[in-house]
Ligand binder design. Structure first.
Ligand code: DON
Length: 578
């Protein structure tokens, strides 16, 4: 441990201080410079500097990590509208330092009660194309994130609810300058310019996205914020705003939905038990179903624990091959066994049992690609005649990590699923397309698909907010990422970078990303992996060089209490605190 600390402390001083950090150096694509910092008392790492600043201001004013999370998510709703917001869902892990308790909150969207298995089939009986299913009303799930934040705040918050809305209301009233990344994404979107209100909101008369620097005010959202601040989230889930959401999805030009105001009013966030495992003597706690992500993170780390990742080192083909192969095995189990636990008996204990993971790890050879990476043979598979079904996703989503002055922490991942969700906007916020996270085709031929569409069900997620505790039970790492099915791979690899490669968070979140999905291996462009493509081909992989959709935001609490943070160089985020 002393050696780890020495390496980390040496690096603290090589990192930019918070004061020196640029306010909003956004990069439209690819990887920017490393972003990180160190503080003594509290820290917020989030995907926009406005959101990180909002969270930090709430803690400075006496709020705790849950209070800050509310402010961060509301500001992300406006400043990163492509990724998450009040029209979407999310998962939160909260560590209560005084009570030594962990809380998991589930704000996953739900299907309307009337949803049927063949939701994404055309009237002629043909399965819709991927984009065809995403864009429009039918993909929109009943949003969950605000109900979840309200529940978490009621149980664990400190400052008055209305106070948490102040930073977002200020931005909605006064605007924030359009950044280069948002501008770039808007100029590459096919659907938002096609209809109102997104056309006028995001684009100028010339049809181009409003120029970088344009002050983006959001008066419609300011009304929503003020009402929620005063009345609680029932202002969103009942009455005029809920009716507006329902009208937007049921009258959408594409894929009119069957969602009702009763679906909105009935939404409830849930508190569930998180799941925990271990890595190199540390306790790793993460999210339970309906996300598959936590199971995958624990499985991946459990398999990698059997290899000497430290000796292989951070720029090693063998280490990355082991990460990729463990990821393939984890994805296979996800496709077979994970769905909404209120609808399907997910065999969580079996999937994360040490003996089971040890058997799976034996399938991995760091020096070769295994031919097939099948799901494990649990009894449930035969008993229920299960069929493995994937649910592909397109980049969006956000993760933020918070540690407050008392040592409480929040790891929260939030999403509207793909970029700008369903592409529908209501009252100044984007509506998710989370229902395409169901496995919705019908190739199972009579076998049971755990994650099939069912009324009032939550679609399976991969989001994996994670908290790690050291050997003495002290909170050490707060981490998570967007990236769809690649999320567990991003998170697990970054944990390896922190724990085995002893990198500080700003460097760990910037280490090369490798992703398996389908038959090809994605190697991140512009990293050592690209140069090593031939070596991976020689191991038997079909290789694709690609940019990566991670958005890792991590905080590590050092033995002396120093907080070290890292914001993913592939996004525009920041680390704030004191
Ligand atoms: O819940 C999920 O797993 C997905 N809807 C998350 C989507 C995502 O992370 C897209 N990524 N960049």
């Amino acid at each position: 441990m002393r050696a780890i600390a020495a390496v980390l402390f040496a690096t603290v001083f090589a990192l930019p201080t918070l004061a020196a950090e640029a306010v909003n150096p956004e990069t439209p694509t690819g990887r920017g410079a490393l972003r990180g910092g160190a503080t003594k008392s509290y820290m917020v790492a989030a995907a926009t500097s406005y959101a990180a600043e909002a969270g930090a201001s709430i803690i400075k004013a006496g709020g705790n990590a849950v209070d800050a999370a509310v402010a961060v998510e509301l500001v992300l709703s406006m400043t990163e509208p492509q990724s998450s917001g009040v029209g979407g869902g999310g998962f939160m892990l909260f560590w209560d330092q005084a009570g030594k308790q962990m809380h998991m909150y589930d704000g996953r969207e739900k299907a309307p009660a009337a949803a049927i298995e063949k939701r994404f089939f055309r009237p002629d009986g043909q399965l819709m194309g991927r984009i065809e299913a995403i864009v429009g009303g039918k993909s929109v799930g009943v949003p969950g994130v605000m109900r979840m934040l309200e529940l978490a705040h009621r149980k664990n918050g400190k400052l008055p609810w209305a106070r948490l809305f102040e930073p977002a209301i200020k931005i909605a009233d006064e605007g924030f300058p359009m950044g280069a990344r948002l501008n770039y994404i808007l100029n590459n979107d096919t659907y938002l310019p096609l209809w109102e209100p997104t056309k006028s909101f995001f684009y100028g008369a010339d049809g181009k996205a409003k120029p970088v620097g344009t002050l983006m005010k959001n008066p419609a959202f300011a009304v929503v914020l003020r009402r929620m601040a005063a009345e609680g989230t029932s202002a969103l889930y009942t009455g005029q705003i809920a009716a507006d959401v329902v009208k937007t999805v049921t009258t959408a030009a594409r894929n009119a939905s069957d969602m009702t105001v009763a679906d909105m009013a009935a939404y409830e966030a849930k508190e569930r038990d998180p799941i925990c495992g271990h890595y190199r003597g540390k306790k790793v706690c993460t999210i339970a179903p309906p996300s598959s992500g936590g199971i995958s993170v624990l499985q991946t780390l459990g398999m990698l624990e059997r290899f000497d990742m430290a000796a292989m080192g951070p720029e090693s083909v063998a280490a990355y091959n082991a990460i990729a192969e463990a990821g393939r095995l984890a994805l296979a189990d996800r496709a077979m066994y994970v769905a909404d636990p209120d609808f399907f008996p997910v065999p969580v204990k079996e999937l994360i049992a040490d003996s089971y993971i040890a058997g799976r790890a034996k399938l991995i050879d760091p020096k070769a690609r295994m031919k097939d990476a099948p799901a494990g043979e649990l009894t449930l598979r035969k008993a229920m005649n299960l069929y493995a079904a994937e649910s592909p996703e397109i980049p969006a989503t956000t993760h933020f990590s918070i540690v407050d002055k008392q040592g409480n922490a929040v790891a929260m991942t939030a999403t509207i699923e793909s970029g700008f969700g369903s592409k529908l906007m209501s009252n100044g916020f984007m509506l998710n397309n989370e229902l395409t996270d169901f496995s919705y085709d019908d190739i199972a031929q009579g076998r049971t698909v755990a994650n099939r569409v069912q009324g009032s069900k939550r679609p399976r997620s991969a989001m994996s907010p994670t908290l790690i505790f050291d050997k003495d039970g002290k909170l050490e790492i707060v981490i998570g990422s967007p990236g769809g099915p690649a999320i567990p791979a991003y998170v697990a690899k970054t944990i390896v970078a922190l724990v085995d490669w002893k990198l500080p968070p700003a460097e760990a979140v910037g280490t090369a990303n490798i992703v398996t999905g389908g038959d090809a291996l994605n190697l991140e462009a512009g990293t050592f992996l690209e140069k090593q493509a031939g070596a991976f081909t020689a191991l038997g992989h079909t290789v694709r060089i690609d940019s990566s959709g991670s958005g890792l935001h991590a905080i590590r609490i050092m033995p002396d209490g120093t907080l070290m943070g890292g914001a993913d160089p592939r996004r525009e985020g920041a680390v704030k605190g004191e």
